[in-house]
Write a new protein. Structure first.
Length: 149
């Protein structure tokens, strides 16, 4: 079960639409990252798709998938590396997303068709990062172990 986090957050998933690519398939890849959460805004141009979400629900699927694949530490490293003020982002492999998987990319070249960009912004960004990557869970476990010793 995903722990609740009541916090103001904006989530954006975007990708460049290649000339040979079907907009429906790219939309499906974006939807697979956000799960069944409907975007508050969708922008589609000739070469760019941007879906925006209000609220933490848009990160629930990402939260679950990075735990399922045991990549929370890698996700945390990339999220912290890309953090600027109240926002951060990570690259996701678009082919993996199109089949329901989450694969993180250090570099956009790691996704041959170009990456999906998962960006989120919150005035309490570190709380979001800790919730998302399990740092709070680890701190709670560590505190509990120290109490027992």
């Amino acid at each position: 079960m995903i722990p609740k986090l009541e916090i103001k957050i904006k989530v954006q998933i975007s990708a460049v639409l290649n000339a040979s690519e079907d907009v429906g398939k790219l939309s499906a890849a974006i939807k697979s990252v956000a799960g069944n959460v409907e975007p508050s805004n969708r922008e589609e141009s000739d070469n760019l798709l941007v879906w925006e979400f209000d609220g933490i629900n848009a990160l629930y699927n990402f939260y679950s998938k990075i735990r399922e694949r045991k990549i929370t530490a890698a996700a945390r490293r990339l999220i912290l590396k890309n953090m600027r003020n109240d926002s951060t982002w990570v690259y996701l492999n678009r082919q993996a997303a199109s089949v329901g998987n989450i694969v993180l990319c250090d570099d956009p070249e790691e996704s041959p068709l170009g990456p999906l960009v998962l960006k989120f912004e919150s005035p309490l960004l570190m709380e979001v990062v800790d919730w998302l990557t399990g740092e709070k869970e680890m701190n709670d476990v560590t505190k509990d172990l120290r109490r027992r010793l």
